[in-house]
Every structure is written in C-alpha cells, then in structure tokens.
Design a protein around this ligand. Structure first.
Ligand code: HMG
Ligand code: MG
Length: 305
C-alpha cells in the first residue's frame, strides 16, 4: 500500500483528562488530574482537553473543573480546551481562561437527547451564543460531532446526517470540528465517508479525527483519515475513557498507540513516546488498573525485561 497522501506531521489533542476520566466511577482527585496534565505537556503534547463545564448531576467526575483548570501550570505553546454545552457552562469556563472551548453536538437525534437533553436543532440554538461570546473574547471554538458513524440508540448513521450537522456548526461560526466515532463501531471506509461529508463545510486542516476503540478499529480508522489528509487527531493516554451516555463504549484510541503508528511511518508528532508511556503508567496506577495501550504494555514489559 502506498500511503501517498499522509501528512508529514500530526497534531494530537490528548483528551484523556476529560473524555478519559469523565466516566470514572471512583473519585479521581483534582491533584491527580492536574498531575496528568503536567505529565502530558512534559511529554510534548501541545493540545490538552482538560475538563468540561457540564452539570455536576449529569457528570459528577467533572465537577472539579475550576480546581483542575486553575491548578494547571500552563506552558507557553500548549493549548488547553474545555467543553461548554451552554452559556451557563461557558460563563464558568471563561473565568478559567481556556484557549479553546468545545461545543458538542451529535449527528444522531437520540444521542443528542440522551447526552445534552435537547434536539440537534435546539443544541445549535444553545451553542450559537456560546460561540459568539467565545469568538468575541478571542477564544477559539471547536465543535465535536458525536455519532458520525453509529449511534448506540439509532444504529448506523448516514454521512448525510454528518454533513447536515457540519453545515449547522459552520453556520454558527464554529472554527473546526471533530468527526467522532463515539462508540467505536466505525471501519475505514465509513469513517472516510463521514469525513468526506464534513469537507464541504470545513477544510481538511479544520477536521480532527476522534476515534473510540470499542471494536479495535481506531488505529485502522486513523490510518484511513490520514490517507484523506487529516492531520489532527484526538486520543486518550492509556486509552482511558468512554462516554457516560454511550453504554459499553470504551475509551479513545490510546495516544501511545497512535504515536507509535505515526513515528513508525516517519510522521512527526513532537511527542516523546517514553515520557508519554510514563504519563500513562502514572494515571493507570492512580486508577488501579493496567493501561489500555498495547504499545505502553509492550514498552513497559521491554523496560522490565
Ligand atoms: P438540562 O437539565 O437540560 O439543563 O441539562 P437545564 O438548563 O434545564 O438546567 C438544569 C440544571 O442544570 C440547573 O440546575 C442548571 O443550573 C444546571 P438546578 O437549577 O436544577 O440546580 N446546569 C448546569 N450546571 C453546570 N454547568 C452547566 C449547566 N447547565 C445547566 N453547563 C446539560 C443540559 C447540557 C447541562 C446536561 O445535559 C449535561 O450536563 N450533560 C452532560 C453531557 C456530557 O458532559 N457528556 C459527555 C461529554 S460528550 C462526549 O463525551 C462525546 C465527545 O467525546 C465526542 C465523542 O466521542 O462523540 C465530545
Ligand atoms: Mg469521545
């Protein structure tokens, strides 16, 4: 296989502190989340999704958003993003000075209802003033598009639905979007179709791939997206996570696994894989479980041997 269109560098957003930890049943102290962010930035991550400003009744694990954001010792050149579903969330978030806020919608009506308690159309109405306020205050705006391949409630999602959502996001001023396979059911051609449906609205530089690894397809899907020229991806250190409103879905593809893939293909990430493995080992010990990253497991075994 030729891999003619792959980019020479890739930017990874580690979403572990947010997407990874939001679903943890056990309390994770803010100090541990802060230390995780510190270790990720020390490993060379230039974008980190730190937390979300959502209802603490819906997602208790993110209730310490302010403590975490204000505890992070920021590094120049690193962008810190947070999720804001509505103006209430935005107003809290802005006090903590994020570099980017994320509004999060879904290509599936049922998922939109379960996740943020409103229809797709209503979600866009809620996001519009958030986007407007952020842009006016010089804060970047990303739009997460969930269920772009499949939905836990509706099943398969057509690319047309993805294009429709991408158009709505563009219409309210969102600057870039994530094509998310929330439940990790996608396979390469389906993921490419979701990206292609987004392209009329956002250029390739403004599309990121966000692939959960439930069915073990996330690395293949990453490769398929790379082939289309996508060079922004989201991943979770140690493969942490899952969405509270997508039962059974596992975490994002592990950042360590994506870095190993990219470096092996000669694609630059600016990330130190050894330091990243250490960051993943740190959070895995804190959570009392082994890492979800195959690469980390292999490298840790090699070190031990
Ligand atoms: P709602 O109940 O419809 O909101 O929830 P409401 O406006 O009717 O308010 C109800 C109560 O919530 C009120 O409090 C509000 O003040 C409070 P009360 O008077 O009852 O005490 N409230 C808030 N509190 C804190 N922060 C806020 C906020 N807004 C209202 N921002 C809402 C709507 C969106 C808030 C709710 O549905 C929610 O918090 N959902 C959480 C969704 C979430 O975090 N999901 C996981 C992240 S998405 C994801 O993981 C997918 C992604 O990774 C991509 C992918 O993989 O697909 C991004
Ligand atoms: Mg996700």
């Amino acid at each position: 296989m030729a891999f003619n269109n792959t980019p020479s560098r890739v930017k990874l957003i580690d979403v572990g502190p947010r997407d990874g930890l939001q679903n943890e049943k056990q309390p994770v102290p803010a100090a541990v989340k802060i230390e995780l962010v510190h270790r990720l930035q020390a490993a060379g991550l230039k974008e980190i999704e730190v937390t979300s400003y959502v209802s603490p009744k819906w997602v208790p694990q993110m209730a310490d958003n302010h403590e975490v954001m204000s505890g992070v010792q920021r590094r120049p050149g690193v962008a810190y993003s947070v999720l804001t579903p509505n103006l209430k969330g935005y107003e809290s978030a802005v006090l903590d000075k994020p570099d980017e806020i994320v509004v999060f919608g879904a290509a599936s009506e049922a998922f939109s209802q379960k996740n943020i308690n409103c229809s797709i159309a209503e979600s866009i109405e809620r996001f519009a003033p958030v986007v407007e306020a952020a842009l006016a205050q010089g804060i970047k705006v990303r739009g997460a598009m969930s269920c772009t391949v499949g939905c836990p409630y509706e099943g398969e999602i057509s690319p047309e639905r993805v294009g429709y959502l991408a158009g709505l996001m563009k219409g309210i001023g969102v600057q870039r979007v994530d094509v998310a396979d929330t439940i990790g059911v996608g396979t390469p051609r389906k993921v490419q179709a979701a990206i292609e449906a987004t392209l009329p609205h956002f250029g390739i530089d403004h599309i990121s791939g966000h692939f959960h690894d439930t069915y073990g397809q996330a690395l293949s899907n990453t490769l398929a997206a790379l082939e289309l020229g996508v060079w922004n991806f989201q991943s979770s250190v140690a493969g942490l996570g899952g969405c509270p409103y997508a039962k059974g879905a596992t975490g994002n593809v592990a950042t360590e696994d994506v870095v190993y893939l990219l470096h092996g293909m000669g694609i630059d990430t600016g990330i130190d894989l050894d330091a990243l493995v250490d960051a993943g080992a740190y959070i895995s010990v804190q959570l009392g479980r082994s890492t979800g990253s195959r690469v980390a497991r292999a490298l840790l075994a090699k070190r031990a041997g």
